[in-house]
Ligand binder design. Structure first.
Ligand code: MLT
Length: 263
């Protein structure tokens, strides 16, 4: 369905009943990464998965891609759906956005799920890579850059076992225009550090990571779980940076167990 927020339209899937669970996809993907989890999660929760501004079927305005701006869209979406408190989960860039929601509107969170993401800001080297990416995207719209980037979204073992997954993720990324790719690289480069924030978030939390994630590795997940006052850490074997599509059964089981335990 289409939901109007902040002057734009977001494409949103909203199914099931129970505690509201809002899941935010990472870059440069869409809510399609949650498709393999929907049947299991919609049995225990009201599962709400937006395409973030610029991605999937949502509008793709020229600007508004700072992490705090994407977070404001999420709070406006929750308002539009009358979700007072909700469990918020984010994958990678979606995790950066979730942490900005937690910073701006902590009272709305009934729980937090951080999937293959990190709390610290970009290192100087990572920031330089983003700046180079923005230039590369500016040259040809991002096609060549995405060809190099997308395979890293899954583990080397997944590329061997299920090469079609990389093609599927590449097809999702192909729908993201260059100004959105560049806007989000800039937004991620300039995002603030969230480590002190995590220590203040006294809600039940699940930190989940693919054991073979090379972008936001298990050490980053362990550090977030240690910083959060009430977190469980789940490491998913045989998965890289996008475990919801690489190992959906294990991810669904971990989220269902977390939702049951927080009741
Ligand atoms: C993502 O998967 O959302 C991004 O690759 C994360 C990042 O670049 O920091």
């Amino acid at each position: 369905m289409r939901v109007a927020v902040a002057g734009i339209g977001l494409e949103v899937e909203d199914h099931g009943a129970g505690v509201p669970l809002v899941l935010l996809h990472g870059f440069p993907l869409s809510s399609a990464i949650w498709d393999p989890l929907r049947p299991a999660l919609a049995e225990v929760a009201r599962l709400v998965t937006p395409d973030l501004r610029g991605f999937g079927g949502s509008d793709k305005p020229d600007g508004g891609y700072a992490m705090a701006e994407l977070a404001a869209d999420v709070v406006a979406l929750a308002d539009a759906l009358a979700l007072d408190r909700f469990v918020l989960g984010g994958h990678s860039m979606g995790g950066y956005v979730a942490m900005r929601v937690a910073a701006a509107s902590p009272e709305r969170l009934a729980g937090l799920i951080l999937i293959d993401t990190r709390a610290e800001a970009d290192s100087p080297e990572a920031a330089e890579r983003r700046t180079a990416a923005i230039s590369a995207i500016g040259r040809d719209g991002g096609g060549a850059w995405l060809d190099g980037f997308v395979p890293n979204l899954v583990a080397a073992s997944t590329r061997e076992r299920a090469p079609r997954l990389v093609a599927e993720l590449r097809a999702i990324a192909a729908t993201v225009p260059g100004h959105v790719l560049a806007g989000c690289q800039l937004g991620m480069r300039d995002r603030p550090d969230s480590r002190e924030l995590l220590a203040r978030l006294d809600v039940p939390a699940l930190v989940l990571v693919g054991a073979e994630d090379a972008i936001t590795p298990p050490e980053a997940a362990a550090a977030m779980a240690a910083a959060l006052p009430r977190a469980t850490l789940a490491v998913v074997p045989g998965a890289g940076h996008t475990p919801s599509v690489e190992r959906p059964i294990q991810v669904a089981e971990a989220i269902v167990a977390y939702l049951r335990a927080r009741r």
